[in-house]
Write a protein that binds this ligand. Structure first.
Ligand SMILES: [Zn+2]
Length: 430
């Protein structure tokens, strides 16, 4: 074997090991001049996926997946990223549910122990239609995603739940769903948990996967990946034990369902990392279309407008006025919305700055934002704050309509003086 092929050999070996580590796959083993591992494109327990260390070609003898390692992350992404499952009514997810007992309030410690025992004695993992699973959850039944509540005999999981129950968090379910949408990771369904209150929202995102995940290591990587993606939204990061129990909820609580089931997909950042390892780029025209949509979401959410000076203005919901973006606030909005997607942030920023899709609006000089309402100076009519009216001026006082019964002698005398006792002038400017 020449020295050159040995270098290439090592190069591919390193690349494969890094990819495997990043994605929580088994690390490949060297056998007969090629690297062997369990196929990441299909479910198997004996490795039939080989990578030729001289050419960099990979091939699975069981499912037929093949290609060059430089396209590996792209191909794997296309495979894993869910096409929408159209036949959601017939899609079934394998998991364990304590179907014998339901609760109307959060189970206490001894009840939790009974739930655990019942799940432990349950022999088979069952398959549930999504709608049936939702029904069981809103009737207060407990789910154990891993199929067994003892971590040491973990079998598989086809769903995972993220807990948002931080009492210091200000995020609502809608906030987190918006974020989930921005990273294309909409949960299959989401529900408010037992301890939810109007003041402190507590809820759970349920992710169903296309296939049961049978590798414990891979499942843990998926769970940790999910937790990391939502860490800025006060997800309960301590919930990473694969044998976690997830309680159901009260029938009165709302359940959010998406029309589609999304399986796990990797973040742009992870893909960038993979790209940098194998030296390819996943950028496509499809991606730039995605950035346009992401930019439009920012424009809509923050009511970004241009006015006469052709500069960008954003709506400040606290003061009710549009503020000129000379302090890079829009950049901070983008960062807040897409904080994990570095490349996307730059594309979105550029799109917002260059686009003519942003409404050009005249500032309406007759409107003044007071502390409490918007006042039309011409008609003296008031209306609540409204981001569609572009106002850039604010009066830092409350507007209180004139009321004859609130006559004040001091003000009255003052007005009489300054208008030189001319009634016509006084009433005009009152
Ligand atoms: Zn395969």
């Amino acid at each position: 074997m020449s020295e050159n092929s040995e270098v290439i050999e090592n190069k591919y070996k390193d690349i494969i090991e890094q990819i495997a580590n990043n994605l929580g796959l088994d690390v490949p083993r060297l056998s007969n001049g090629s690297l062997q591992m369990c196929c990441p494109f299909h479910k198997e327990s004996n490795p039939s996926f080989g990578i030729n260390m001289t050419t960099g070609e990979y091939h699975c003898f069981t499912c037929g997946a093949k290609g060059h390692i430089s396209k590996f992350s792209n191909n794997l992404m296309v495979h894993i990223v869910a096409e929408t499952i159209e036949d959601i009514d017939n899609f079934k997810v394998s998991t364990k549910v304590d179907t014998t007992k339901n609760y109307t309030v959060k189970p206490n410690k001894s009840e939790t122990a009974s739930i655990q025992n019942r799940l432990k004695s349950m022999e088979n993992i069952m398959k549930f239609k999504i709608c049936d699973l939702i029904t069981l959850i809103i009737r207060g039944h407990t789910v154990c995603a891993s199929g067994n509540n003892r971590n040491d005999d973990w079998e598989m999981a086809q769903l995972w739940m993220l807990d948002f129950d931080n009492k210091d968090s200000n995020y609502t379910m809608e906030d987190v769903l918006d974020y989930a949408k921005s990273i294309n990771l909409i949960p299959t369904f989401a529900y408010y948990s037992f301890s939810n209150t109007k003041k402190v929202p507590k809820f759970r995102f349920v992710y169903c996967f296309k296939e049961p995940i049978t590798s414990k290591k891979r499942m843990q990587a998926i769970v940790d990946n999910l937790l990391k993606l939502f860490e800025d939204y006060s997800v309960d990061k301590s919930r990473r034990n694969l044998s976690s129990l997830f309680f159901g909820t009260n029938f009165d609580n709302d359940v959010f369902t998406s029309n589609y089931i999304y399986s796990i997909r990797f973040t742009d950042e992870q893909l960038d990392k993979l790209d940098s390892i194998i030296g390819t780029t996943t950028k496509t025209s499809n991606a730039s279309k995605k950035y346009e949509e992401m930019a439009q979401d920012i424009i809509d959410k923050y009511h970004i407008k241009r006015t006469h000076d052709n500069l960008l203005y954003y709506y400040d919901k606290f003061t009710g006025v549009h503020i000129k973006d000379d302090n890079r606030q829009i950049e901070r909005f983008i960062k807040k919305e897409y904080h994990l997607l570095k490349r996307a942030r730059e594309e979105v920023k550029e799109f917002i700055e260059l686009t003519d899709n942003i409404d050009f609006v005249e500032c309406s000089p007759e409107f003044v934002a007071c502390k409490n309402v918007i006042l039309n100076m011409k008609t003296l009519e008031t209306q609540p704050f409204n981001p569609t009216i572009v106002i850039t001026n604010k009066v830092n006082a409350e507007y209180i309509p004139f009321n004859p019964s609130m006559k004040n002698d001091f003000v009255d005398n003052f007005m009489t003086d300054v208008t030189c006792r001319k009634q016509r002038i006084r009433t005009t400017y009152l």
